[in-house]
Ligand binder design. Structure first.
Ligand SMILES: [Zn+2]
Length: 386
């Protein structure tokens, strides 16, 4: 559907307005006009059309311009929702996410054994039923977005290789779409995490970011350089867990020795924290209590490997920000200023003002937000075709 030049421009403008309230939250017509470069009258017309499509709500705000007159705020509709899913070797997590970024009901399953793609699809279908039962009346589910700890190629929905799940060329997207009857998108979990971090900002993100995520299934990451996410020739770029850090280290599932993810593992932290399963929040709390010296020493030891990998990444990509997610972010947050100083002084030649290292939000929150983005992407690009 090509349409006329006018249609295309109108679509771009609808997309700009909806995209802005989706990424930045509620805004007034005045703010939207300033952000998009459109006139306030045009923004008003576009808002009316988006309202008719059920994609936004316009509500009376509390802010007032001068005395009296309340100013209405335009908010992306939370009635339009995506199901966001994160698959790990021992856990599948899901929630409903509104277009206005509100998180709806959530549900998860702890797994006794690593699921096959078919089993994962069945679990996702049952989680969907659970979430639907809790969803408010009148909401519209647009589709399902899934983050997996593995390589997801450019071909939609195929997991090329997920070493820690033992999956190869798994048609996960098709399986889930068949099990649920909903359009389904699949992405690499860490790539989704960095997409969410750079989309929703909040002090995170930027145009040059290295993101390293540690989950129960291993380590992943993403690199944004000059505002562009690195994909690689086949979509498998930035497998950061397989950066070599210890030539004589442990054997990795990829066949090599001493990859970052063989030396840096949540399981060794969990043991010292006395935790039986990979409960991200419990681990974060345990790490924050530095009285557990065995755990703190293990975190410090693992962070030395992380710093080594970061040295490689910083030297290649010259990022302005390094975001550490999952248990790696929790380890980083547990270090004292002095310990961070020691670690980074050996690793980086750039000054702290040129490079900010920080923890990204914990757990799979960012991954779920990124999975929701997979679903919303087409809708945001062409709201009038929704
Ligand atoms: Zn490896």
């Amino acid at each position: 559907m090509q349409g006329s030049a006018n249609d295309r421009i109108r679509r771009q403008n609808l997309s700009a307005v909806l995209g802005h309230v989706h990424s930045h939250g509620p805004a007034t017509r005045f703010e939207l006009a300033a952000a998009t470069g459109l006139s306030r009258a045009t923004v008003g017309m576009l808002a009316a059309e988006l309202d008719k499509l059920g994609l936004i709500r316009e509500s009376a705000g509390h802010k007032a311009v001068g005395p009296g007159r309340p100013v209405s705020h335009i908010t992306a509709s939370d009635d339009v929702a995506a199901m966001a899913v994160s698959i790990e070797a021992n856990r599948i997590e899901a929630c409903l996410l509104g277009l206005g970024q509100r998180t709806g009901p959530a549900a998860h399953r702890e797994l006794d054994s690593v699921p096959t793609p078919e089993e994962a699809s069945g679990i996702i279908a049952s989680l969907l039923a659970e979430l639907r039962a809790q969803a408010p009346d009148g909401f519209r589910l647009v589709g399902i977005g899934i983050g997996v700890p593995g390589q997801v190629g450019k071909e939609r929905g195929i997991v090329g290789h997920a070493a820690n799940l033992g999956w190869r060329d798994a048609p996960l997207g098709t399986l889930v779409a068949e099990a649920t009857g909903l359009p389904t998108w699949v992405g690499n979990d860490a790539t989704l995490g960095i997409t969410a971090a750079t989309t929703f900002g909040g002090g995170l993100g930027g145009d040059d970011v290295v993101y390293v995520y540690g989950g129960s299934s291993g380590i992943g990451g993403g690199v944004v350089t000059g505002g562009h996410l690195l994909n690689g020739a086949t979509g498998y770029a930035t497998e950061l867990g397989h950066i070599p850090v210890a030539p004589l280290g442990h054997r990795c599932a990829c066949g090599a020795r001493g990859c970052l993810e063989t030396e840096v593992q949540a399981v060794r932290l969990l043991r010292r924290a006395g935790l039986e399963s990979h409960d991200a929040r419990a681990l974060e709390l345990a790490l924050a209590d530095t009285r557990n010296t065995a755990l703190h020493e293990e975190a410090l030891r693992q962070m030395e490997w992380v710093a080594l990998a970061l040295r490689t990444l910083v030297n290649i990509f010259n990022p302005s920000q390094v975001l550490l997610g999952g248990f790696i972010g929790a380890m980083f947050a547990s270090l004292s200023e002095e310990e961070i100083q020691t670690l980074t002084a050996e690793s980086f030649t750039v000054s702290p003002t040129e490079l900010r290292i920080q923890s990204a939000p914990m757990g799979s929150d960012l991954i779920l937000a990124g999975a929701g983005e997979l679903v919303f992407r087409d809708l945001l690009a062409a709201p009038d075709l929704f």
